[in-house]
Design a binder for this molecule. Structure first.
Ligand code: ZN
Length: 293
């Protein structure tokens, strides 16, 4: 028996990267019976049948799992947020951050197109970048000019599995193109044509890049909080999470409760007002969610 990681699934075959190469493997009835579908990103045990062919035997427990695209064990997500066109949106960025935090994935914030940002807006972008860095997030500002400025970004890809996230038009294609030209195909073009039902046939492949693996299809294309419970939302804001023990009431939602350490930190300027506002926005969004049956 050998071990490896599924890097591609196509036409009933799973392509498993192992120490000595890529094996073309078939699944077995065992997965269908257990209702577990092998996913790209899965660590697996497999039996070698012929030269570079085999059968999947076992799927190892997953750290996390994305639905669109279907991929398991993601370590890092790059959120590309453009400084302009579309204009920088902390609300959208925070939405991505909450979803990424909820999957226990490390986010890296990339602010793109800073070269086309009017001079007078640069200070505001720098201030936002600093606010996110103070929370503990990694933030990089990059230009969109060709060749795309990827200095300082390459090192993030040196291990594990990374996915690229961000709304359409922020420069996902340009970034991937600069990192690895053959990757660009599936990025912004697909996001633009994303109609309901169209993404069912999408498949994802993990590609070697600077020592790690990167998904060739953007992640987090659905931005709803369907899987997040009301009580959890504060845990996905690190600056709220780390203060919740100081609130007077256990289970404090940092909203209307008295003696709330989070509200006090906002008042003292230790938590950014915009982040707290977004927390309340998301809180209300989840609260007003219609029950699903
Ligand atoms: Zn509180």
């Amino acid at each position: 028996m050998a071990e490896g990681r599924i890097i591609k699934a196509l036409s009933g075959f799973y392509y498993v990267q192992s120490d000595d190469g890529i094996y073309q493997c078939r699944g077995r009835g065992l997965f269908r019976n257990n209702k577990v579908t092998p996913l790209v990103g899965d660590f697996v045990d497999f039996d070698i049948r012929n030269d570079m062919e085999g059968y999947l035997i076992n799927i190892k427990p997953r750290i996390n799992e994305l639905v669109r695209p279907p991929i398991a064990n993601v370590d890092r997500a790059f959120i590309i947020s453009s400084a302009v066109e579309p204009s920088f949106s902390t609300l959208l960025l925070d939405r991505f951050l909450v979803l990424i935090e909820s999957k226990d994935i490390e986010p890296v914030i990339i602010i793109s197109k800073i070269d086309v940002l009017p001079e007078e807006e640069k200070i505001s972008i720098d201030n936002f970048a600093r606010a996110y860095q103070e929370i503990g997030y990694k933030v990089e500002q990059v230009s969109s000019k060709e060749p795309f400025d990827i200095q300082g970004i390459e090192a993030y890809f040196n291990d594990g599995v990374s996915v690229i996230a961000g709304q359409s038009g922020v420069g996902k294609s340009s970034l991937l193109n600069a990192l690895k030209p053959e990757l660009q195909i599936k990025t912004d073009d697909i996001s633009k044509s994303l109609g309901r039902g169209k993404h069912t046939t999408r498949h994802v492949e993990l590609v070697q890049l600077f020592g790690g693996l990167v998904a060739d299809t953007p992640g987090f294309s659905a931005l709803e909080f369907n899987e997040i419970a009301l009580e959890e939302i504060g845990d996905y804001f690190p600056e709220i999470r780390e203060r919740k023990g100081d609130c007077k009431f256990r289970g404090c939602m940092h909203n209307k409760e008295p003696k709330c350490a989070v509200k006090e930190a906002v008042k003292q300027g230790e938590i950014s007002q915009f982040r707290y506002d977004h927390y309340l926005t998301f809180y209300e969004e989840i609260q007003s969610r219609k029950p699903r049956y």
